[in-house]
Design a protein around this ligand. Structure first.
Ligand SMILES: Cc1cc2nc3c(=O)[nH]c(=O)nc-3n(C[C@H](O)[C@H](O)[C@H](O)COP(=O)(O)OP(=O)(O)OC[C@H]3O[C@@H](n4cnc5c(N)ncnc54)[C@H](O)[C@@H]3O)c2cc1C
Length: 287
């Protein structure tokens, strides 16, 4: 099967893209890397009246340091996140996580903005941006606004963008000193059954500070385990701390069964992966 008819617009500016979205009154879609959009069109699961191609917008394809913050454009492709020395220096967690996405072809085309708007509950980029405390910048008919990643999803594949809004940039605060990431999938680089990312700083007295731990694949949306920050504040991440953290996570996850794994299997994996990733975090002190 092939896509149903649509009108094609190639936007020359952010304003033009937003103008086309308004023209089509919510029935158009933005074309970024096309890695999720094109299969949905070809299966006729989506039938937008128009595609608005933003691949020509070079202003959305930049990584810019801004003081402690780093601003990444919506059209920055996975391959850039994977290879850019600037991203490796400023956002090393993201640079590590992106290698787990799909295959080389997907990473050559897929974009940060597309991945966030697509909002796959197992997606690496939504989880990485959430754990890093990022904010999403959007442009729309009422001007620009920012949405914290903690408020960016209302459900699976459901970003809280208005129909006429374009995601333009993602703003990351200072990257924590330490991080770790693991994921479990059935085949190498398949969509994850479960993924888990953690960041933290260590203070001069040797205690861990501000640990942020997030999981993908265990809820409708990527989950930031907010209670973990207080639980592990000041801890040395002893084996006992880590074992208790693994058990605690069972109280906050609510996984579903799907083609990749049952809910029961995900519940089995979650404490194991929490323990492993916290052990990795502790070991990162020696690096
Ligand atoms: C074989 C295969 C394996 C994959 N494996 C993984 C995986 O392991 N992990 C993973 O996370 N993903 C995976 N994906 C999905 C991939 O990451 C997609 O690239 C991503 O979900 C969408 O990014 P895109 O740039 O291609 O967006 P598109 O497909 O172009 O767009 C996706 C959606 O976002 C909207 N959109 C895009 N950009 C914007 C914007 N700036 N503003 C507003 N709306 C926008 C589009 O209108 C569309 O609704 C895989 C895909 C394939 C085909």
């Amino acid at each position: 099967m092939k896509a149903a008819d649509f009108v094609y617009h190639r936007a020359n500016s952010i304003e033009e893209a937003v103008g086309h979205l308004a023209e089509h009154e919510g029935a158009a879609r933005i074309l970024a890397g096309g890695q999720s959009l094109m299969p949905m069109l070809n299966m006729r699961l989506w039938r937008p009246s128009a595609l608005i191609d933003i691949n020509g917008l070079v202003e959305l394809d930049r990584v810019q340091p801004s003081g402690d913050e780093t601003v990444v454009g919506a059209m920055v492709r996975y391959v850039t996140l994977e290879r850019s020395p600037l991203v490796a220096e400023r956002l090393p967690l993201l640079a590590r996580m992106v290698r787990f996405i799909g295959d080389r072809q997907v990473r050559n085309r897929g974009t940060l903005g597309g991945s966030l708007v697509q909002g796959d509950p197992t997606g690496e980029m939504p989880l990485g941006c959430l754990v890093l405390g990022a904010r999403v910048r959007v442009a729309g008919p009422d001007g620009p606004r920012e949405i914290p990643m903690t408020e960016f999803y209302s459900g699976p594949y459901a970003a809280t963008l208005e129909a006429g809004e374009l995601l333009t940039e993602v703003v990351f605060p200072r990257h924590p000193q330490h991080f770790a990431f693991r994921e479990f999938c059935r085949r190498h680089n398949d969509f994850a059954v479960l993924s888990i990312a953690v960041t933290g700083d260590v203070s001069s007295d040797g205690g861990w500070r501000n640990i942020q731990l997030g999981l993908g694949g265990v809820n409708d949306t990527p989950l930031l385990v907010t209670g973990m920050t207080a639980r592990l504040e000041g801890s040395r991440l002893t084996d006992a701390d880590i074992a208790a953290a693994g058990e605690a996570v069972l109280g906050v996850i609510d996984p579903s069964s799907d083609i990749r794994a049952s809910a029961e299997y995900r519940r089995h994996l979650a404490p194991i992966y929490v323990r492993r990733v916290l052990q990795d975090l502790r070991s990162s002190l020696q690096n």
